[in-house]
Write a protein that binds this ligand. Structure first.
Ligand SMILES: *Cc1c(COP(=O)(O)O)cnc(C)c1O
Length: 361
C-alpha cells in the first residue's frame, strides 16, 4: 500500500480519507502562502476565518441544515456534551433517556447530576444487543427532551427509526455515525458528535442545535464554557478553538460533498457493511452479536465464542496489516469499525483473511 499504511479498524480515533491527509500534508508547513501552518495561525486571522466559514458552509450543505439551526465547534470531545446537554436543556428538571449501551449509560450518569432522569426504554435485558421499540414511550408531559445514542459504538447497534418523542425535543449523540447516511436535521433539537470517529482528529464535538434551544436560562453554576449560548454568540470562538480539528474536519466535509453527498456516502457504507455481514452470516466460526435489524453500518462486533481464539485472531490480523480489531475492553470479542474513510478494499481484505483463517483451522 502507498505510504505503508494499514487498514485501521479502530473505533476512534479512526481512519481519515487518504486524499484529505495528503492535502493536509502538503499544507502543513505553509498554508496557502501565509508562510505558516494552520497550527501556528491566529484564530482571528483572515486565513483562519475563511477556513472556519468554509467548514460551516460545507457542513450545512452536506447535511442540508436549516437556517434556524446553529453549527458549533466545542472542545472537550464527545464527553463534554454529556454535561452540556442537561445543563442547557433540563430546564424543567426532567429528561428521558433511552438506554442502549455504554455511551447512553455515560450520558445518563452525567445527566443525573443535574435533574431527574427517566429511562423510557432499555435493551439492558439482552446485553444491549438490540434497539428497543420506541414507538410508544411513556414520556411525561414536563419532559425537557428525549435523548438517544443513535449508534452505540461499543455494542454495534443503530437506530433505523427515530423514537416517537410525542412532541418533546429529540437530542441525539451521533458520534459514531455522524455523516454516514442522510439525516433530516429538523427531526432533532440537538445533534452532536465527537469528531474523532467519523470525521477528524480527537478533542472536539460538532453541535447542531435549533436556535430556540440556545438561551441564557442555564443554572447559575453552569460554567461559562458549557453554555451553548457562549459558543453561539461568538461563532465558536469565545476562546481559542481547536483550530486544527476545525481545519481537518472542514476538509472532510468538502471531501464528502465532492463524493456526492450523504446519499453517496450511505451507499458506500451499505456496500461495505453488507460484505462483512454476509460473511458473518455464512461463517461457522465468527458470529455477529447484534439483532439483524439493528446492526450498525459503522461498528461491527463479532465473536468466535472463545477468548483465546479471539485474541489469536486479533494478533493474526494485526500481523497481516489490519489493526485494532480487538473488541472494547468492556465487552471483549472482536470489533471491526468501518467508518466512512475505511476503503471497501479494507473490508474485502479482512473478510478474505478471516475466511482463510477459518478454512485453515
Ligand atoms: C467516542 C464516543 C463518545 C465520547 O467521545 P470522546 O471524544 O472520547 O469524549 C461519546 N459517544 C459515542 C457514541 C462515542 O462513540
Amino acid at each position: 500500500m502507498k505510504y505503508d499504511r494499514v487498514f485501521n479498524f479502530s473505533a476512534g480515533p479512526a481512519m481519515m480519507p487518504e486524499p484529505v491527509l495528503e492535502e493536509i500534508a502538503a499544507e502543513v508547513l505553509n498554508y496557502r502562502g501565509t508562510g505558516m501552518s494552520v497550527m501556528e495561525m491566529s484564530h482571528r486571522s483572515k486565513a483562519f476565518i475563511q477556513i472556519y466559514d468554509d467548514a460551516v458552509a460545507d457542513l450545512r450543505k452536506l447535511m442540508n441544515i436549516p437556517d434556524n439551526y446553529k453549527v458549533l465547534f466545542v472542545q472537550g470531545g464527545g464527553t463534554t456534551q454529556f454535561a452540556m446537554v442537561p445543563l442547557n436543556l433540563m430546564k424543567g428538571g426532567v429528561a428521558c433517556y433511552v438506554e442502549t449501551g455504554a455511551w447512553s449509560k455515560k450520558a445518563i450518569a452525567e445527566a443525573k447530576k443535574y435533574g431527574e432522569v427517566k429511562i423510557v426504554a432499555s435493551s439492558k435485558d439482552k446485553n444491549f444487543s438490540y434497539v428497543p421499540d420506541c414507538s410508544d414511550l411513556d414520556i411525561p408531559e414536563n419532559a425537557d427532551y428525549v435523548y438517544i445514542c443513535e449508534n452505540e459504538t461499543i455494542n454495534g447497534t443503530t437506530f433505523n427509526k427515530l423514537p416517537n418523542t410525542k412532541g418533546a425535543v429529540l437530542v441525539s449523540d451521533q458520534s459514531s455515525m455522524f455523516l454516514s447516511r442522510p439525516c433530516n436535521v429538523e427531526d432533532y433539537g440537538v445533534i452532536w458528535a465527537g469528531v474523532q470517529k467519523n470525521v477528524g482528529p480527537a478533542g472536539m464535538a460538532v453541535v447542531i442545535i435549533r436556535e430556540d434551544l440556545i438561551t441564557e436560562d442555564v443554572p447559575d453554576f453552569c460554567p461559562t464554557y458549557l453554555s451553548y449560548k457562549t459558543h453561539a454568540d461568538k461563532d465558536s470562538m469565545y476562546n481559542t478553538p481547536n483550530c486544527w480539528a476545525i481545519y481537518c474536519c472542514g476538509k472532510v466535509f468538502k471531501y464528502l460533498n465532492d463524493l456526492g453527498g450523504l446519499e453517496a456516502v450511505e451507499k458506500m457504507n451499505q456496500e461495505k457493511a453488507q460484505i462483512f455481514y454476509d460473511f458473518l452470516d455464512s461463517s461457522e466460526l465468527f458470529k455477529g452479536t447484534v439483532a439483524k435489524e439493528d446492526r450498525s453500518l459503522m461498528n461491527i462486533p463479532f465473536v468466535t465464542g472463545s477468548d483465546e481464539e479471539d485474541a489469536a485472531v486479533v494478533a493474526a490480523t494485526k500481523a497481516a496489516g489490519m489493526d485494532n480489531l480487538k473488541g472494547h475492553r468492556s465487552v471483549g470479542g472482536l470489533r471491526a469499525s468501518i467508518y466512512n474513510a475505511m476503503p471497501k478494499e479494507g473490508v474485502e481484505a479482512l473478510v478474505e483473511f478471516l475466511k482463510e483463517y477459518e478454512a485453515n483451522k
